[in-house]
Design a protein around this ligand. Sequence first.
Ligand code: NAI
Length: 304
Amino acid sequence: IARNFSSSSAVQSAIKNVTVIGGGLMGSGIAQVSAQAGQNVILVDLSSDVLAKSQKSIGNNLGRVAKKIYKDNPKEGEKFVSESMARIKTATDPVSASQGADLVVEAIVENMDIKHQLFKKLDAAAPNHTIFASNTSSLSINEIAAAVKRKDKFGGLHFFNPVPVMRLLEVVKGAETSTATYETMMAWGKGVGKTCITCKDTPGFVVNRLLVPYIAEAIRLFERGDASARDIDIAMKLGAGYPMGPLELADYVGLDTNKFILDGWHKKYPQETLFNPIPLLNKLVSEGKLGVKTGEGFYKYEKK
Ligand code: NAI
């Protein structure tokens, strides 16, 4: 098992140096799995306060991984944590942090203008060979790539939360992503321990294109009063074999995030009724009932 995590699974690809921009939930996880696989990482965020928090959470997560895979050898475990941590540097200036990068993975706020501003700056400054990738969940890779000249070296690397745990990576081929870029991204994804699937640049790629309308339909079913929340969730767990029910999953993801994605797609594809706004979802969000993180969504939770 240890091989999945230790540096012996070092990335067998052209990429040795990766810059991850955005040190939040996803960026921290991407930095962690890259460092675990032996990559030199620079993690970038707006302030050193945020970066200190990211480093702390990466350290805690690595500690948990070490406990699992080196449970009989705590010394090796400590070494694994300290060596992985030593591979992660932090910075607040994305431009200088990308100077030595073979790959830049962007995981900042889900906002097209802000992503454009970032990539425009990076495109002007990063070496010619540097590949750019976005971890966007709901925006178009081609539209993000419009900000750069190197469209052949731009693609999507869509990870899942929590990154160190979820085994899938969706590798998104934009309209102009070259075969070489695509192959490098696939090899890199495999190297950081993920199973990669390929998808064209379509809304939600594979997982969210299926999951978001599924959750939306579950909310509509509940809203109509056809079944209780608990019964909907039990039904899908015991009847379809899913580990979580759709409403539990919506609470876990965050109702604001569900609404944000649905609204974005509805605006862009008004003819697709699966993406229609849902009054109950809008009401819960406007009441601040966002799910697990606020203590209430479809269910009530102990506040963390
Ligand atoms: P987050 O809010 O936890 O982290 C975003 C980080 O980016 C924050 O720390 C923020 O300070 C930083 N940031 C914002 N603007 C920046 C800039 N211009 N330069 C540098 N840093 C900047 O968000 P999260 O959840 O990590 O999402 C990030 C991206 O990953 C989004 O594009 C989202 O769609 C995508 N994503 C999110 C998933 C999730 O389950 N949360 C799953 C897969 C993808």
